[in-house]
Every structure is written in structure tokens, then in C-alpha cells.
Design a protein. Structure first.
Length: 299
């Protein structure tokens, strides 16, 4: 077994040069000796690719003339990556020097298909965002990030099996991808990593949380904490994920719950909150399921 297999670190940029360059600067300080970095410029309006290449000439910069979505951007980066190990990082993440070795070590264990580090908030670095995830209830489509909003007192400092990796920082291997396939691009934004985790788990692999690795997440720098775009994709993809991953009675109950409880509740809350643009986005997300258009981009 190679102690230091080549790790391809893949990140996607969309109109966020400053955040991407900050990530790249943090990567220059890591201790792992065998990496390549692939940056995908995903249809940015300005000449972001050239600016990133100038700031980090050692990185591979790949450009798409159009926005391919999160999964599409990651898959484009994967197509040019050479590594045995594949680490996907959001561009609004920054890392510490020794974060990579524990992830590689975990991925080299038999049966492990994906691993995520402990994730803490960049602007409040003692607070946890992710320390693994609970199982998903397919009827309500609810789960939670373990440790979310808790102060890190070492309470989640042992690695363990988890239900889902976190899309802000997740490592898999080329072997796993060759078996389960690429990320599904039909979501465009949100739920892609959960869908991928489901496929990896169904293929018999284990998904792990590794607390010896820590990254810091600025969270939603590329889209904002609350926006009509975010409301659209979260609501649309909630049902799309359910349709792709549940079956039988569970699928039927989940679809019924979505249309009878979840969707009306979201619409009522948007009306009460005076969020006209959010309400229109939610309605549009519901109409999408009557006439699905894969890879649709909504700004």
C-alpha cells in the first residue's frame, strides 16, 4: 500500500475568486507530500480562470463556458484529475496543515468508500458545523448534522461510521468512483453528495467521519445563507432525491408527506414572512416536477 498516494484536490469556483484564492493559499501550507489541485471555473461572469491561474500557477485550472452546477463542476474536475484519492472541497473552505493525512489513512482501510473531516465554522472556529450525520427519515426527508452549533470540547473526537459525508469536504477514491459512477448532475445544486453517499452505501461501502482532520467552512459564500435560488433547489431536490432513492411504501408516504405537509408549510411560511421572491421560487420548484428539465439553472 502506498503511504502517500496521489491526492487530487478538486474545487469549483463560480464568481468567487477571493474565496477560491484563499482556499488555494491555505493548501500551500499542508504537510501531505503528494497532491495535485484542480480548480474548475464554472461559468463565472468575469475572467475568473485567468485570475486564479495567475494567483496559483501550480494548480490545474479548467474552465467551463457555462455553469454546470456543483456535481457537473466536480465531475469536470474529476475528468482531468490523476489521483488515486479524490478530495472535493468547497471553495469557501480553508484547511490546516495536517488535515489530509487522516483522511487518506481512513480511505485506505478496507471497505471505506467515503470520508469527511470534522467541519467547524470559519468565523467561529470553536463551533462545530459537522461531526457526521444521522440517518435520513425518508418520509419527512429529515436528518441532522451531528454536533451542529455545539462548542468543540472533544466530544466527537473518535472516528465512526456515519450516514452521509458533507459536500464541503469529502474524500473518495478512484476505485469507488469507477464502481458507483460520477455524481448525478440532475440536481444542479444541493443533495448531490447525499445521493452519491446513498449509491456508495448501496454498493457495500462504509462512509466515515474522521475528526483527526479538521477544516473550516465559511458556509454558503457562493450563494448566500438565504436566497430564492437556494429555496428553489432545496425544495425541488428534496423530492427529486426521494424519488431516486426510496421505493415502495416509504417512497409513496414520502411523496404524500411532501405534497400534503412540507410544501404547503413552506409556502405558508414564505407568505407570512413577506418573502415574495422566495414564494415564487417555491412555486416554480413544485411546477418543475410536473415537467422535469434536468440540469436547469435558476439564478
Amino acid at each position: 500500500m502506498n503511504s502517500f498516494p496521489l491526492v487530487s484536490i478538486i474545487t469549483v469556483n463560480h464568481n468567487q475568486v477571493a474565496a477560491t484564492v484563499a482556499l488555494l493559499e491555505s493548501l500551500t501550507a499542508i504537510s501531505y507530500p503528494n497532491i495535485e489541485v484542480v480548480v474548475v471555473d464554472n461559468g463565472s461572469l468575469a475572467n475568473d480562470a485567468a485570475r486564479i491561474a495567475q494567483a496559483a500557477s501550480w494548480a490545474k485550472v479548467v474552465s467551463s463556458p457555462t455553469n454546470l452546477g456543483f456535481a457537473g463542476g466536480c465531475n469536470l474536475g474529476l475528468a482531468v484529475a490523476k489521483g488515486e484519492m479524490l478530495l472535493f472541497l468547497n471553495n469557501d473552505v480553508e484547511v490546516a496543515a495536517g488535515f489530509l493525512e487522516p483522511l487518506v489513512e481512513q480511505m485506505q482501510k478496507p471497505g471505506v468508500g467515503m470520508v469527511s473531516p470534522k467541519i467547524r465554522f470559519y468565523h467561529n472556529p470553536e463551533i462545530i458545523q459537522y461531526a457526521g450525520a444521522t440517518p435520513l427519515c425518508y418520509i419527512t426527508m429529515r436528518n441532522r448534522a451531528i454536533g451542529f452549533a455545539e462548542r468543540d470540547m472533544g466530544q466527537y473526537d473518535k472516528p465512526y461510521r456515519t450516514s452521509f459525508a458533507h459536500g464541503a469536504a469529502m474524500m473518495t477514491s478512484r476505485e469507488v468512483v469507477s464502481r458507483v459512477g460520477l455524481m448525478y448532475e440532475g440536481f444542479f445544486l444541493y443533495y448531490e453528495e447525499m445521493d452519491w453517499c446513498e449509491r456508495i452505501s448501496r454498493a457495500g461501502y462504509t462512509i466515515m467521519y474522521e475528526p483527526a482532520s479538521v477544516v473550516f467552512h465559511k458556509e454558503s459564500a457562493s450563494i448566500g445563507k438565504s436566497s430564492p435560488q437556494k429555496a428553489y433547489y432545496l425544495n425541488r431536490n428534496r423530492l427529486l432525491f426521494l424519488k431516486r432513492n426510496a421505493s415502495g411504501l416509504t417512497r409513496a408516504l414520502g411523496i404524500a408527506y411532501f405534497w400534503v405537509v412540507a410544501a404547503p408549510k413552506r409556502l405558508v411560511l414564505s407568505i407570512i414572512g413577506g418573502q415574495g421572491k422566495h414564494r415564487k421560487a417555491l412555486v416554480r420548484s413544485l411546477l418543475w416536477h410536473l415537467n422535469p428539465k434536468p440540469n436547469e439553472y435558476v439564478s
